[in-house]
Write a protein that binds this ligand. Structure first.
Ligand SMILES: [Zn+2]
Length: 250
C-alpha cells in the first residue's frame, strides 16, 4: 500500500515532466497518507521526469521527514496546509507551469474558451496575490488553502499553480488541463481582442461530458502508457505490473 502510493506520486511527477510542467528541480506532487501519518511528497533536488518511489518522502505537518530518504521541498506548507483544510482532497500538485504563470500575470480570468477551461470555471479560478514569493510557512500555506476554498485549483500569481484532487491522477490531470487551458487562452488573446466562450450552463455541461471520472481515468492511463520506459504500472487499473525502477543511483 505504502509503496503503491509512493509509486503513484513518482508517476505523477514523471507525467507532469512529460507535459511541460518541469522547472528544473522545482515543483512537487503530494498524497495524503492513508494511515494518517502525514503527507507523501516528492523529495527536493530531483527533476520531475527522474523521480522514482525512492524520491518520495513522508512528512509531518511541521515538515519533519519521518520515512524515506531525501530532503523535503521548502514549500511543503502548500501541501500540508491544503490537505489539513480539505478532507476531500487526497493529493496536491504545485508547479511553475509557464502558460498559467503568464496568463495569471495579465490579470485576466481564465475563460471557458476550450474544453479544458470548463473544468475550472465557473466560478472564477481563485488568485493568491498576497505574495509572488515562495510559500515557506504554515501561516502562508493556510492562507493559500483559504484562498483555494472549495475549488480544485488556484493561481499563485507571479509564481505558479496549485491543483488538487481526490487522488494523484486527478490532481495531476487538473494541473495539466489548467496549463493547457491557459495556453489556449494566451493563443486566442494574441489573435483577437474579444473571445468567444461558453456560458456557465454550457461550461458545466462540458465539465461533465469531457471530464467525468471515467474519462479522467482513461486520460491518466494514456499519459502513463506514454511515459518513456513505463508500462503504465501506476495506473489505477488492478493487476498491472509493479513499477520498474528506471534510475539506479550508486
Ligand atoms: Zn513554487
Amino acid at each position: 500500500m505504502q509503496d503503491d502510493l509512493r509509486d503513484l506520486v513518482a508517476t505523477g511527477c514523471r507525467v507532469l515532466g512529460s507535459e511541460g510542467h518541469g522547472d528544473l528541480i522545482w515543483g512537487h506532487v503530494s498524497a495524503r497518507d492513508p494511515e494518517g501519518r502525514g503527507t507523501w511528497m516528492k523529495a527536493a533536488t530531483w527533476g520531475f521526469e527522474e523521480v522514482t518511489r525512492d524520491d518520495v518522502v513522508l512528512l509531518t505537518r511541521d515538515g519533519s521527514v519521518i520515512a524515506g530518504s531525501g530532503r523535503r521541498h521548502a514549500e511543503f506548507p502548500i501541501h500540508t496546509e491544503i490537505l489539513a483544510a480539505r478532507p476531500d482532497v487526497g493529493s496536491v500538485v504545485h508547479t511553475h507551469a509557464p502558460h498559467a504563470v503568464a496568463l495569471a500575470a495579465t490579470g485576466s480570468p481564465l475563460l471557458p474558451i476550450s474544453h479544458e477551461g470548463t473544468l475550472f470555471t465557473p466560478p472564477e479560478v481563485p488568485r493568491f496575490e498576497e505574495t509572488g514569493d515562495l510559500i515557506l510557512t504554515a501561516e502562508l500555506g493556510a492562507r493559500v488553502a483559504a484562498t483555494l476554498g472549495d475549488q480544485r485549483a488556484l493561481f499563485l500569481v507571479n509564481h505558479g499553480i496549485v491543483a488538487t484532487g481526490r487522488d494523484v491522477p486527478t490532481a495531476v490531470l487538473g494541473a495539466i488541463l489548467l496549463e493547457r487551458a491557459c495556453r489556449t487562452q494566451l493563443l486566442a488573446v494574441g489573435a483577437a481582442s474579444t473571445l468567444a466562450a461558453s456560458d456557465d450552463d454550457e461550461a458545466l455541461r462540458k465539465r461533465d461530458h469531457c471530464y467525468n471520472d471515467a474519462l479522467l481515468e482513461q486520460a491518466w492511463d494514456y499519459l502513463v502508457r506514454r511515459l518513456p520506459g513505463d508500462s503504465g504500472s501506476a495506473g489505477r487499473r488492478p493487476g498491472r505490473r509493479p513499477f520498474r525502477r528506471r534510475n539506479v543511483r550508486t
